[in-house]
Ligand binder design. Structure first.
Ligand code: ZN
Length: 194
């Protein structure tokens, strides 16, 4: 019911692990609506509650583009229960305006979460498509992990961050993803996957 301010990179609470939702209260319903309102106002693909200052385990995704009808998906207390393969993903984040870089992601993921009706659901996303990559990106926000922690080239990432007036990468957060990097290198055609 409101477009919220999105916290930008450098804000400490973006590095905090978020808390489970215990009940889909009125407050949670308002929060979900705020997330969707903010997502659509910013033309984003996904947005997680910590990005609007609420460290609770909720994110929203809508991968519809152009003339496609809106397709809001709400994930409460999500868990990634299966992941496989690897893909290069050229990503940005609403907390990093205009900054895009290449990151490592799993190609296929299965997520289990609770929907707005309070019922659990399972969703499978495949082939490194936008949904598969967005689920991983948004899930990370609930763990205090940011997309640049998965960057394939820290020099390229730092250059983009500097160009956009953002702080450089914090090396302490860089993830060791040897398996993913090897898998991506084996499939060079994936490199142009945006
Ligand atoms: Zn993000």
């Amino acid at each position: 019911m409101a477009v919220k301010k999105i916290l930008s990179y450098g804000t400490e609470s973006l590095r905090v692990k978020s808390k489970e939702v215990l009940k889909i209260s009125k407050k949670i319903q308002v929060l979900v609506q705020d997330l969707l309102d903010t997502l659509y106002a910013k033309n984003g693909v996904g947005l997680a509650a910590p990005q609007i200052g609420e460290n609770v385990r909720i994110f929203v995704i809508d991968t519809a583009s152009g003339d496609e009808p809106l397709n809001p998906r709400v994930f409460i207390n999500p868990k990634i229960i299966k992941k496989s393969g690897a893909v290069n993903s050229y990503e940005g984040c609403l907390s990093f305006p205009e900054a895009y870089t290449n990151v490592r992601r799993y190609k296929n993921v299965t997520v289990k979460a609770i929907g707005m009706n309070g019922r659990p659901f399972i969703l499978e996303a495949k082939d490194g498509d936008l949904l598969a990559r967005a689920i991983q990106h948004e899930f990370d926000h609930l763990e205090g992990i940011l997309f640049i922690d998965h960057c394939r080239n820290r020099f390229e990432a730092n250059k983009v961050l500097a160009e956009n007036g953002l702080a450089p990468i914090d090396e302490n957060y860089l993830l060791d993803e040897e398996y993913l990097e090897e898998e991506i290198a084996k499939n060079p055609e994936e490199k142009e996957n945006h």
